[in-house]
Design a binder for this molecule. Structure first.
Ligand code: HEC
Length: 275
């Protein structure tokens, strides 16, 4: 008589533990999120077959970032080849150091010791940053600077609060500020709450990023697309063979499908001899 009761009691315990784990999981996800004060990072979908985006990303990186950040596991000529940029054109326009030879690693020009004295921390190598931090993180980080006069460079970052990196793209983006907005208050059913006159009830919420119109030399969409290209380039640098690997992967799956069909047809044919 007792056994089924005990069993169901244990089941109930396990089930409630499971629910508890799920619940606490969702609470901790809501707090902060992977992009810290920004909450969830914005989605980033790389497109490694878009050579033009990669070329633009490389050009911006070499102009705006390479002064501080190396890509020490990449070689100049490999990047030129993968991105379909003729080597002479690449050397003339994007390699700013005449002592560099095409087969050299992209070691950067900044002295690690001096730079850690300037910034408090040496700018890290970025070859693998989209793999260690995630491409979503990098894409969101570069767009989440805001004015904050209490900081050394007058800026702070929602994704990486207190970052030692200045907002090097401020001239393109314009000065981004944290602003407050009136947002509709939502009821329990998810709909907007209204007062007795039928007007939507709003509440002031702060922490939104906003650039004043016309401050930067790029519009917001142009700036986002520029950051897309840089991040896309960094995804490529993180694994230069990724596009090729994914292309071959489809052939492998295709081969398995064909092979499995043939093998099962053959199996059926052999089975006929037994019956
Ligand atoms: C003036 C030097 C300087 C320039 C130019 C610069 N950065 Fe940085 N960057 C830094 C420093 C310093 C850090 C380290 C920040 C920290 O840890 O607080 C950093 C950190 C980063 C990180 C985070 C890396 C990590 O693993 O935490 C990314 C991503 C990054 N930079 C991307 C870029 C990109 C893309 C550009 C070009 C648009 C760029 N940086 C230009 C100095 C620079």
């Amino acid at each position: 008589m007792n056994t089924p009761n005990l069993l169901s009691l244990n089941l109930l315990k396990i089930l409630s533990l499971f629910v508890l784990v799920l619940f606490t999981g969702s609470i901790s996800a809501a707090e902060g999120g992977p992009c810290k004060d920004y909450g969830d990072c914005d989605d980033f979908n790389y497109s490694l077959n878009d050579t033009e985006s990669l070329q633009r990303g490389a050009a911006v990186f070499l102009n705006y970032c390479y002064g501080c950040h190396s890509l020490q596991y990449s070689r100049w000529n490999r990047v030129a080849k993968d991105l379909n940029i003729p080597e002479e054109l690449f050397a003339e326009n994007l390699i700013f150091d005449s002592s560099v030879r095409p087969g050299d690693l992209m070691k950067g020009s900044m002295d690690k010791k001096a730079s850690s004295e300037w910034f408090g921390v040496a700018p890290p190598d970025l070859t693998l940053v989209t793999r260690s931090k995630g491409d979503d993180w990098v894409y969101t980080y570069l767009r989440a600077y805001y004015e904050d006069s209490s900081k050394q460079y007058g800026v702070n970052n929602l994704v990486y609060p207190g970052t030692a990196m200045p907002n090097v793209l401020a001239g393109l983006q314009g000065n981004q500020k944290l602003v407050c907005k009136n947002t509709p208050v939502l009821g329990k059913n998810g709909g907007e709450k209204r007062n007795e006159n039928g007007d939507t009830i709003t509440k002031e919420k702060c922490g939104y990023l906003k650039v004043a119109d016309g401050e930067g030399s790029l519009s917001q969409t142009e700036f986002d697309s520029l950051i897309y290209d840089i991040t896309n380039f960094l995804v490529y640098v993180g694994e230069p063979a990724k596009a090729e690997r994914e292309r071959i992967g489809w052939y492998v799956i295709f081969f398995f499908v064909i092979f499995t069909t043939l093998a099962s047809l053959l199996y059926r044919e052999y089975q006929k001899d037994y019956h």
